[in-house]
Structures are given as C-alpha cells and as structure tokens.
Design a protein around this ligand. Structure first.
Ligand SMILES: [Zn+2]
Ligand SMILES: [Zn+2]
Length: 799
C-alpha cells in the first residue's frame, strides 16, 4: 500500500456517506487513531510450572507487559487495579497470581466478584478448562442448587460470585465459611468501573465489610481489580476498596488503527416534536442506513443502539434496505436479543467470526461477557453515557495489522450535540473518573447495621467506614433501637438479620416491587422516591430488554402491577417540582453570582406522561393524578443578582442583560442544557439528576438554577458539578450554541422529562444567562489572581 492509497476505513466511510446530499452532509469530524503495537515479555519466574503449562496451553505464548506488571504487583502483596482497553487480557493479570497461590499453598482460597452472573460464569469456565490440580473453582450464586452449596463452602478454593450473593449469602453466614475466610488470599473485583453512583457506594461498603470479616479470621487478602480505561484509576479503586491501590494503565496489547467519524443526522422538515420543535432523523434510523452500506462492502459491523427495541428497529431497517439493493445480503443482518444465556452469546460470536452474519445491531448489554473484537466497523448510535463505554464499544473494531471504522451517530440530546461538534471532548479527553460516595448516610446506615449483625462493630473499625460520618449514623441507629451501644462496641439487637431488607442496587430507601400480574412474578424493584416517575400507570417499563406496561401503581402496598406488552411508543413522566434549601455546605461568591453546594428537599408530583415514537414524534400527553414525593438530597445551584441579570450592572465588556419577561425561559433552558451536560463530568445519566430554575427563589431571593442528585442523600453528582462548575457551564453554553435549530429542540434545550412541557424555553436567553455567569466567575477569578499577586509583593516588601 502506498502513502496516497485510501485506507480501508476511509473507503468504508465514503461508502456510508454515498448518496447523501452535499448540504445535508452529516459528518462533523474525522479522526485517525494510530495502531498500537504489542509489547510482549517473559513469564515471571514466580509462576509455578503447573500453572505455566496450563496457561500456555490456552494459546498464550508470551504475556504482554501490563499483564505481568499487574500480576507481579499482586503477587508481591499490593492491591492493584489494571485499567486497560477491551480485549487487553485483563483476566490473565489476575489468574496468574491467584492460580499460582492456590497451586503452591494448599490452604489458600480466593474470591472472584463480577457485577453479572453471566460474566462470572465465563470466567469460571475459563479457569475450569485449565484443569489445574487442586484449584477447585466453583460458582456460588442464586443459581447454585442448595445441594451443592455445602460442598462449595467446605471445599471450593476459588469461589465465583457477585456482590448480591456476597452481601446476602456469604457475609451473614461467615462462621460456616470459616475455612474459606481463614485462607482468603486474593479477592478479584472484575469490571469494577461499573461500581459507580449509588450501586458503587453500596459495593464500596460491602468490600469494607468483607475485609473486616476476613481480618476476624486472620486473613488480609490482596485485591486485584479489573477496569475499563478510566481517569484516576488508583484514586477510584482506593475509594472503592477503602485501601491503597496501585494502578497499571500502560496497555501493551496490540490494536489496529481506527478512523473515527462523528455524525449528526440532519433536521427533518416534515415532522414536528413538542411545541413544534424540529426533529432530527433518529440515530437508530441513521445507523440502519450506515449498517446496510457497510454490509454491502463486506465489513463485519456491530451497531450499538440504546434500547433493545431500537436495536431491533435498526436491524429491521438495514434488512429492508438490503432486500431492495442487495437481496442476498438481507439475512446477514440480525438484532442481538436477550443474550443472557452463554450458548446464545457463543452462537453470536461464531456467527460473526465465520461470516454467517455481517451486521449485528445490539444494546449496550453486549458490553459484558461477549468476546467479540477485531471487527471492521462499529456504529455507536447515541452516546453510551460514559467515555469508558464509548471506548469499550469502539474497541471492538480493529485488529492488529488492519484498520477499522468507528462511526458515532449523535442522538437528539444536548450532550450528543456537544460531542458531535467538540471532537476533542470525545476523542482526546481522559475518561471520566467514576463517582461514588460511601459516606452517604442512606447507604452507610444499612451497611453498618449489617456489619454489626455480622460481628459487633468496634470503635477501632469505624475509620474504615468513614470515621465521623459512621459515628453519627451509628448514633441514629442506636436512637432507633436497631443497635445497642456497649463498652466493647455496637451490637445488632434483633434476632432477624437486616441483610434481606437491604437492596444493594437500590438507594437505601423503601422500594416498590414490580410484579407481573398474571404470573405474580417479581421482575424487579424501583426506588420508592422514583416510582411515580418510572412505574406510573401507563408507563412502559423495560426489564432485561423485555417490555412491560404498568396497569396499576399501589404506593401503600409498594407494588406496581405490569403485563408484558411491547407498544411502539416509549413514555416519559412529567412532574412539577419545588425545591427547598436545607443547608448550604459550600459557597463561592463572584460579584453578583454565587455558586453553592448543599442539602435540599425536592418535592415533586407526577402530573402526566408523554407518549413518543422512536422517530421523536410526540403522540400525546396523558394526565395523571399522583401524590407528592419528597426527596432529600444534594444539589449544586447558582444565583444571579437582579442588577446583573437585567443588565443594570454594566461591568467591563459588552455584556447585556436579559429582559425581565424572558428570564424564566432563559433560566429554564439553561437548566435543561446543564442537566444534559453534567454526565460529561460525572459518571451519571441525565435520569440520575434533576433540576429546578426560578426567576426568584424563596430561599435565595434571586434568580436561581438548581441541579440536584436524583437519589436520597446524593451519589456525588452535584458535588462533581460544583467542583467542575466552569468547564461544565462552558460546555453547556457551547452545546446550546452548536445546535443549528432556530429556537430550541431536544438536541439543545428541550428535556425529555420536563414537568412543564418544555415551556417556557428561551434558547438565546440561555446563552445570555450562561455568558453572564461565566463572565462574572471569570472576572472574579482574574481579580483574585491579581490580588494574590499583590499580596505576594506586599509580603516580600515587608520582610
Ligand atoms: Zn436545538
Ligand atoms: Zn423543564
């Protein structure tokens, strides 16, 4: 190949854009990412022969450098997190030290934790297949028959389980696991980047409980964590473990070159959304066309679509196009369904490998536990929520020695719009740090109760659980007579253990059970505080990719009854919200602008819901009559003094104010866009947070915009917004300006869950408000630097 020859990826991209009219050209940016070359090294000397023979028999000749670095760090007794890309062989990094220990010390045991049963099953199979004498790996989860559980407790040396089972099944029964805990040498925490937000806070406390119980049996296990690439992995792992952790991040596995194209579907003239806003062609429909073109080129392609229904529509759309232009290829495209059974996943892997399938549309569920890489192209329809997921998905494309294409198709959402126009934010930014907060009292209280029930808590142990935060939560548990304080520590008072009442995937408040009415089958639970918004009558409820419709919500009983149904629309609840400031924890003042972090009470009432087609078209608004809900959580808010807002306070520069009549719409639009952009800085979904804006707020007396966590006690999202305030609002402003719609649309300032029907919204006013706030903060910061410099001069002058 000569230098001037078109790469395969560029040729694929040209094909995907063939026939697109010049003035609707959707590609906003193209970037070429270079290939990464493999760096292999020798096996470490400490690996025993039996383990070496078993590992090399799986086809690994020589390990990559990062695998050995992580394995040797763990072997030398240090906690380690290996944070590298998809298919970089993270399993070997923990298999080497664990198997070596089990092979050389007959009493040693190990624990493996993964967020899903499917992944644990895969990892167990790969260890079992090595068949190393004496290792005795076994799974222990909800599917393990009672008749086998005794054997696992008494004899298994490497137990594969999940956080739920550790919490409910293993820790509360620790005396029966005495042999296992005495020998516990290693704990593997796989896919640990998934432990963020409230779930992450639960797992962080669960791991502290695990370390505490292990210590009671004289064990001090080394933790080996595997993560997708993430910012500050050592800090994140340290927060998750509550102990120091070394990070290994220099990926030495090979990867082919990739061309990444950012793609923004055009606005359509003929359809109208809410308040007659323009509608873009949907990301799913665009992905279907791209998928079809790539399949015609013979490219093995995976398309990631946000919902299962969306994935099915995308596959169907591609099949329709192919049936017309290349009928022989239509059956080479499929949607990847469910995918929880290992056989199904294996079948998909081999179909894509041997060319039986060329194009597959799937949901993000494929991220876990499917071994597919080295594809020719990946289409990502809609930002998957985090950069970690984006790189995980795009990492499926490209193999050593061959280049590949990645197409990111923006949805009609402010964050997607921003990314399509700011390629650096997508391609050159370090992956966001995962956020969790193990000191959230709503999460801490049930874990301290569980810990005390497992074994009385001593004063010395409180530091592991957050010190002062733990002490005040314990005082509350004692006051509620759940715990008893004795000189030797805190004791659980009841006969019944608290574990079964604690849902580690929930927020620590009362849960509403989602039950299929016909079969009485429990499908799942939702937070009581969120129930009116997610399982109101008429809501479309998705459970593991299956669709249900809610018939009845009984808040008193805590049950939502549903039936299986897959309508073509989705639903989004509308609520009216009021917010009260309970306590301001931090505050910064910049001229007429203040930025605050603190505790708030959010009172909301769901008043109806919208039914929306996949195209974005709104069918109708259905009114509802539901009671008020109160949420106590954390929020970040800014206020703007009236003279500044209305332009009377002309500072330096040429800023102008916002006319009083336009203020509500301007603040409201600025609030919506800010909610859409916070996930760029905190690992949350826009559904994890909410907002309120008002021209005069009762507690501040000024124009105020709030963005609050959606979970009781908060999960750290508002805190991230406070810490990253300027870059966050700058990105918000840029996203609004980037959208070419005339007066606001879902890609910039409309919100899919607005309680006020997206009215009033003032797009230009939002830009003016954000400019005012950023200018005030910027000037104050400059003045501050200036006065600092003066202070420094003064102090040198006097000495
Ligand atoms: Zn717009
Ligand atoms: Zn709104």
């Amino acid at each position: 190949m000569t230098d001037t020859a078109e790469t395969r990826a560029r040729r694929l991209l040209r094909r995907a854009t063939a026939g697109v009219p010049e003035d609707d050209y959707p590609v906003t940016h193209i970037a070429d990412l270079p290939a990464r070359h493999a760096r292999a090294t020798d096996w470490p000397g400490w690996v025993p022969d039996a383990v070496l023979a078993a590992v090399t028999a799986t086809g690994v000749d020589r390990p990559w450098e990062h695998q050995v670095e992580a394995a040797s760090t763990a072997w030398s007794g240090h906690n380690v997190v290996v944070a590298t890309g998809t298919s970089s062989g993270k399993s070997l990094a923990y298999q080497l030290p664990v198997l070596s220990r089990l092979a050389t010390d007959g009493r040693a045991t190990a624990l493996y934790l993964s967020p899903t049963k499917a992944l644990a099953g895969d990892q167990l199979r790969s260890v079992s297949d090595m068949d190393i004498p004496g290792v005795r790996p076994a799974r222990y989860d909800g599917d393990t028959p009672q008749s086998e559980r005794g054997w696992v407790r008494d004899h298994a040396r490497w137990v594969f389980t999940n956080p739920d089972m550790l919490h409910r099944g293993i820790l509360p029964a620790h005396p029966r696991w005495a042999r296992f805990f005495r020998g516990l040498s290693y704990v593997v925490v796989d896919e640990c980047h998934g432990y963020r937000g409230v779930f992450g806070s639960h797992v962080a406390l669960l791991l502290r409980r695990l370390r505490r119980i292990a210590r009671r049996y004289g064990a001090d296990p080394v933790f080996v964590l595997a993560s997708a690439t993430t910012a500050e992995p050592a800090e994140f792992a340290g927060r998750l473990l509550g102990a120091d952790c070394v990070a290994v991040t220099d990926d030495a596995s090979p990867h082919g070159a990739r061309t990444v194209a950012l793609w923004e579907p055009p606005l359509l003239g003929e359809l109208a959304g809410e308040n007659d806003a323009p509608v873009r062609r949907s990301a799913g429909a665009e992905a279907a066309r791209i998928l079809a073109e790539l399949v015609i080129e013979g490219a093995r392609t995976l398309a990631f679509v946000r919902s299962r229904r969306g994935a099915e529509l995308t596959a169907l759309g591609a099949q329709r196009i192919l049936a017309e232009v290349a009928p022989g290829l239509a059956d080479k495209v499929a949607a990847y369904r469910a995918g929880y059974l290992p056989e199904e996943r294996r079948a998909l892997e081999s179909a894509l490998l041997d060319g039986e399938l060329l194009g597959v549309a799937t949901t993000n569920a494929l991220e876990l536990g499917v071994d597919i890489s080295g594809l020719d192209a990946v289409v990502i329809a809609g930002y998957p929520g985090t950069l970690a997921s984006f790189w995980q998905q795009s990492g499926r494309a490209g193999r050593a020695g061959d280049d590949a294409l990645v197409v990111f198709v923006a949805r009609d959402d402010p964050l997607d719009t921003y990314l399509a126009h700011h390629p650096k934010a997508l391609l050159e930014r370090p992956v966001e740090a995962a956020v969790l907060d193990p000191t959230n009292p709503y999460v801490l209280a049930p874990h301290l109760a569980c810990a005390a029930a497992e074994s009385a808590l001593t004063v010395k142990e409180l530091d592991d659980f957050g010190g002062d935060a733990a002490r005040s939560v314990l005082d509350g548990l004692v006051a509620d007579s759940l715990l008893r304080r004795r000189p030797s520590g805190w004791y659980w008072t009841s006969r019944d253990r608290p574990h079964s009442d604690v849902d580690i995937r929930g927020s620590g408040v009362e849960q509403v059970a989602v039950v299929e009415a016909d079969t009485s089958r429990l499908l799942g639970t939702v937070d009581g505080a969120a129930a009116c918004g997610t399982v109101h009558p008429g809501a479309v409820y998705l459970h593991r990719g299956e669709s249900y419709v809610v018939d009845e919500l009984d808040l008193e009983q805590g049950i939502a009854f549903v039936h299986a149904e897959d309508p073509e629309w989705s639903t989004s609840a509308r609520d009216v919200v009021d917010i009260e400031i309970l306590d301001t924890v931090e505050k910064r003042t910049y001229g007429g602008v203040t930025v605050n972090l603190g505790y708030v009470a959010v009172t909301s009432r769901v008043v109806g819901y919208l039914r929306r087609l996949p195209s974005g078209e709104v069918l109708d608004h259905v009114p509802l009559d539901l009671p008020e809900q109160v949420l106590h959580t954390r929020a970040v808010w800014y206020t703007i003094a009236e003279p500044l807002l209305c332009g009377a306070d002309e500072g330096p520069g040429t800023r102008t104010g916002v006319e009083p009549a336009r203020v509500p719409g301007a603040l409201h639009a600025a609030e919506h866009a800010a909610i859409g952009l916070l996930p760029l800085f905190a690992t949350c979904d826009r559904w994890d947070i909410g907002g309120v804006s008002t021209a005069v707020h009762a507690d501040t007396g000024e124009a105020t915009v709030f963005v609050h966590d959606g979970h009781p006690g908060g999960a750290g999202f508002a805190d991230r917004g406070y810490a990253a305030f300027v870059p966050w609002l700058t990105a918000t402003r840029d996203a609004v300006i980037s959208c070419e719609c005339p007066a606001g649309c879902p890609s910039c300032v409309q919100s899919p869950k607005c309680g006020n029907g997206n009215e009033p919204l003032d797009k230009a006013g939002a830009v003016a408000v954000l400019d005012l706030v950023l200018a005030a903060v910027g000037e104050a910061a400059a003045a501050h630097d200036h006065s600092d410099a003066h202070a420094a001069e003064d102090s040198t002058g006097t000495t």
